[in-house]
Design a protein around this ligand. Sequence first.
Ligand SMILES: CC(=O)N[C@H](C=O)[C@@H](O)[C@H](O)[C@H](O)COP(=O)(O)O
Ligand SMILES: C=C(OP(=O)(O)O)C(=O)O
Length: 351
Amino acid sequence: MPLEFELCPGRMVGGSNPCFIIAEIGQNHQGDIEMAKKMIKMAKDCGADCAKFQKSELEHKFNKLALERPYNSKHSWGATYGDHKRHLEFSHEQYRELQKYAKEVGIFMTASGMDEMAVEFLHELDVPFFKVASCDANNFPYLVATAKKGRPMVVSSGMQSMETMQRVYKTIKEHNPNFCILQCTSAYPLDPENVNLRVIAEFRKKFPDIPLGYSGHERGIYITVAAVGMGAKVVERHVTMDKKLKGNDHEASLEPKELAELVQAIRLVEKSFGSNVKQMMPCEKVCHDKLGKCVVCKTAIPAGTPLTMDMLAVKVGEPKGVPPEEMNQLVGRTLKEDAAEDASLTASMLA
Ligand SMILES: CC(=O)N[C@H](C=O)[C@@H](O)[C@H](O)[C@H](O)COP(=O)(O)O
Ligand SMILES: C=C(OP(=O)(O)O)C(=O)O
């Protein structure tokens, strides 16, 4: 089973493909479509691969009492959680407008379907892939219905156990080979000690044939760059125009400058992954010529004397002599000519 697949038209993920960077606009648009468009453009300008939203059909995501519960947080946009969420939710028509705009700008756009009805809508909208938010990772009827639609999936793992994620992997696999799983801890903002990047390595053992990734809610960019170092092939970060804005996610989000820096840092780190062949690189010649060590004569050695280890030393020598790693093989050999103390011992001096 390949470790890579086409997540968006023409864009492979996994293997040695560049990490796919999702700018999660989420609900940081404040319910304002013009702000949402600005954020799509910003994601593109910063070099992200994809702009993402969260689509809910609120009566399907929440039960009545959950919608009616008071939401007194400083981040609230309404008296009840339902009013708050309604303020932040874009209509189908608005999604079409955003999709059209993202196409014009030239960036992939998708959303997390936060309930099965939302997934139905996103399927109709023809998004390139489905994002499964952490809160639906253990929603098995949803996972089966979503996987069966046949679009690639990016599945987050916040609030879940390894056992649940193993079941997620098995369940999706039965219906859809093209998915990846992201390590995620669902706290906003997330403290470094709760990130657990080592889970990526555990996922690698348990899920050897799918790309893995990271969905981060920490402050700053370093941890996400480290996740790429640990093998994340898809990363997702919330983005904002201003971290001080009202809303639960802004503080854990990246402002444009940081997003651009994250993209740059990831691309730089990816370049540095290079080759797994350990050898002296052509670019190291200058250093080697100047500081590479070689075998020199510790004492004066008359021609014909069998060499012993205590006649030899290792120094930066001029000219460059026999490499130190071949020193053992010199024992017992003789020289064609007399060698002075401290002279480099070159191959051409050997009898
Ligand atoms: C788990 C999950 O869905 N998390 C999402 C993605 O990370 C968040 O964006 C939430 O929608 C957000 O934090 C909710 O904030 P409030 O409750 O103020 O609308
Ligand atoms: C909640 C979401 O993502 P995550 O669980 O990866 O933070 C989401 O995609 O809406």
